[in-house]
Structures are given as C-alpha cells and as structure tokens.
Design a protein around this ligand. Structure first.
Ligand code: G3P
Length: 227
C-alpha cells in the first residue's frame, strides 16, 4: 500500500517524508489556497519545491474545465518535473483529456470521484490513479468505504491498471479499512499519518520499561559506591 500526504504545506511534507514512509503528495486548489499560493509562477514554483522534497508522485490539479484548457495546463504542469501526476476532475472533458494524456505517456489522477460509473470511465480512459473521496461520501450518509470495496471488485474483475487512491480520509480507521479492502494508495493529512503511531498500551508499556530500567540503574550505581 502506498502512502501519500494530502497537503501543499512544505513543512508537513518534509515531516512526513522524514518518517521514511511517504510515497507521494496530493494537492488540490483548496490546499494550494490554504498555503496562500496564487498566480501561475508561484504555483509552478511551489510544485517544484514539493517535487524537490519527495521521490515521486506529486499530484498537481488543473483549474481548466474545457478539453483544450485541461490539455494545455496539464502539459505545463507535467513539464515542471517527471514526478508530476496531472490531476483532472471527473467531468466529460476531463475524461477526454485523461485519454489523450495517457496516450502521450503523461500520468493522471482522476479526482472528485463518487460513483462506480465514474470509476469505470476513468479506468477506460487510462487514468493512472482514481481518487474516490471517502470522507465526503460519509458526510452525506453514503458509505465511502463500501464505495472503495465496489471499485476494488470492479477493477479486479477486468484487470484495470488504474490504481485506487483513497482520498478525503478523515481518521486512522479509514486507513486501516482501506488497507483491508485493498486500496492501492491512501492520501491523508499529516495528523492521520501520525495518529497511526499511537496506542495507549505502547505509551504505558514504554513508560514501565523505562521506569524499570531506571530503577535497576540506580540500584547498580548504589551497589558500586558501597563496594
Ligand atoms: O485529496 C482530496 C481531499 O483533499 C479532499 O479531502 O477532507 O477536503 O474532503 P477533504
């Protein structure tokens, strides 16, 4: 299972990368706006800065929604670095653009995916990654994880090569369940990645080990002084 971080914040990306478990980064226009990155030059430079931190897979999303615009913007993004994956929304012109990108060897991430029909179209068009948004489905009382399982089944039935990149992940159980279902990738905020480290029995167990070690060290040092 690949681990991506879902942020445009350079410090968070560095922190996750330093853990040694990061396989990539996903961004979107909202995440870029959160960092105050606006204007073509600044956006391009920011993507380059992200590429300089990680080894591969930096999803950079197009803003255009018409075929020609998506192609132009996607090609500009792809030129920034070989690590760039062009993120394209699940719309009619997006599917046409994904087909063209895939025929030209440009990797794509089809985003804003909420139904199995959309997942089939993205795979048929040759998307490298499919981003189903689990949390946003949960928000409207639809089961996001059930959707991931449906897509897994469909892709396995036909041997589609598109990787399932579970997105809009809100907590660590989403990650565990995605791993059980067999999502190829999860993209999470840093807080979800670090939450995976935690268990109260680990904390109490470590505290006890260290306390016992300290007691023994004190006992030994008293013994040495007296003798
Ligand atoms: O990768 C897509 C993701 O950023 C959406 O997450 O939390 O805004 O639903 P969220």
């Amino acid at each position: 299972m690949k681990f991506f971080i879902d942020t445009a914040n350079l410090n968070e990306i560095k922190e996750a990368y330093d853990l040694g478990v990061l396989d990539g980064v996903t961004t979107n226009p909202s995440l870029m706006a959160k960092e105050g990155i606006a204007g073509k030059e600044k956006v391009m430079a920011h993507y380059k800065a992200i590429c300089n931190i990680v080894d591969n897979n930096v999803s950079a999303e197009v803003i255009a929604t018409d075929f020609e615009g998506i192609i132009k913007e996607g090609k500009e993004l792809a030129k920034i670095d070989d690590k760039i994956v062009v993120k394209v929304p699940m719309i009619k012109d997006g599917i046409k653009a994904i087909k063209k990108f895939s025929s030209e060897g440009i990797r794509t991430n089809c985003t804003l995916v909420f139904s199995p029909g959309q997942a089939i179209l993205a795979a048929k068009a040759g998307a490298s990654y499919l981003s189903p948004f689990i949390g946003r489905l949960d928000d409207i009382s639809q089961d996001g994880l059930e959707f991931i399982a449906q897509v897994r089944l469909i892709y396995d039935n036909y041997g589609f090569g598109t990787e399932i990149l579970a997105a809009s992940i809100r907590h660590s159980m989403h990650v565990i369940k995605c791993a059980e279902i067999g999502a190829d990738v999860v993209t999470c905020p840093l807080s979800v990645i670090t939450a995976l480290l935690n268990h109260p029995l680990t904390d109490s167990g470590l505290a006890k080990f260290l306390a016992d070690h300290k007691k023994l060290t004190r006992k030994n040092s008293r013994f040495k002084i007296r003798n």
